[in-house]
Write a protein that binds this ligand. Structure first.
Ligand code: SAH
Length: 244
């Protein structure tokens, strides 16, 4: 899968992509990420990417032409139609379902805003607008990295164990169950006995119950869309009865 990231701070993206699982996937060519410096698509001597807002008021706005030129260049190189994601606090909230969906796209372009954001006309060239949460950041680089990271985890070969991605929080509409590793005891903190029992059926049921119980306590809103098997439905009913 290929990503193009358009930004005025390429180093910010490159440093984040230099470590960890995503870095390994780039090394293995499972992922291709090209960072495009927006200033390369300016035509003036000072490489200006922003300008004052029409109508007045504080702050600066990202000019449309450099972004259009960057998209034209990417399109010429990769072919169209492009999936172009505009990062914006006004976008649709980005979810695990979006991450999975986008992992099926061959090529995604991420546009990182700065200042007061993009000239409104840039929206004409975007195929979607995504927000990573209800807060405002100083730029779209962190959102682009967040989106890339979450999408990359669904690309086959990026995360070693694909079952772990399927089990993760949100993948089935549930939060993940608690995890423990050695040692079995630290002071008076014990690993639950069932996990040491070697009884796989009991462990599986315990994990289902913990995942359901956490989701019920912390994020009951998720349960409305969760896909539960018969055993999970029965456990959920038990948990609800216990709580009433
Ligand atoms: N004035 C704009 C905010 C601009 S913030 C508004 O109120 O809508 C500058 C840039 O940071 C945005 O263009 C976007 O690229 C990025 N950004 C900030 N918060 C974000 C969020 N929650 N999700 C995605 N992108 C965000």
């Amino acid at each position: 899968m290929t990503f193009d990231i358009v930004t005025i701070f390429p180093a910010m993206i490159e440093s984040a992509l230099g470590e960890g699982i995503v870095s390994r996937a780039i090394g293995a060519k499972t992922l291709t990420v090209t960072v495009r410096d927006l200033r390369e698509f300016t035509t003036d001597r000072h490489r200006v990417v922003d300008d004052v807002p029409y109508g007045g008021g504080p702050g600066m706005v990202l000019k449309p032409e450099p972004i259009f030129r960057a998209l034209d260049a990417i399109e010429a190189e990769r072919g169209s139609p492009l999936t172009v994601i505009l990062t914006s606090p006004q976008g649709k909230p980005f979810t695990q379902a979006d991450a999975r969906r986008l992992s099926g796209v061959d090529h995604v372009v991420l546009l990182c805003g700065r200042y007061e954001g993009f000239d409104e006309r840039v929206r004409q060239r975007a195929t979607e607008e995504l927000s990573i949460g209800d807060y405002v950041l100083t730029g779209g680089e962190l959102p682009a990295l967040v989106i890339l990271d979450a999408v990359a985890r669904f690309v086959p070969g990026v995360v070693g164990d694909e079952q772990s991605v399927a089990d993760d929080s949100f993948s089935r509409g549930l939060l993940d169950f608690p995890q423990y590793t050695r040692p079995a005891e630290i002071g008076d903190l014990h690993v639950p006995d069932v996990l040491l029992s070697g009884n796989h059926a009991a462990i599986r049921r315990w994990r289902k119950k913990e995942a359901l119980s956490r989701t019920l306590d912390r994020r009951p809103d998720l349960l409305a869309d969760a896909s539960l098997d018969d055993e999970e439905q029965a456990i959920l009913k038990e948990l609800r009865d216990e709580r009433n």
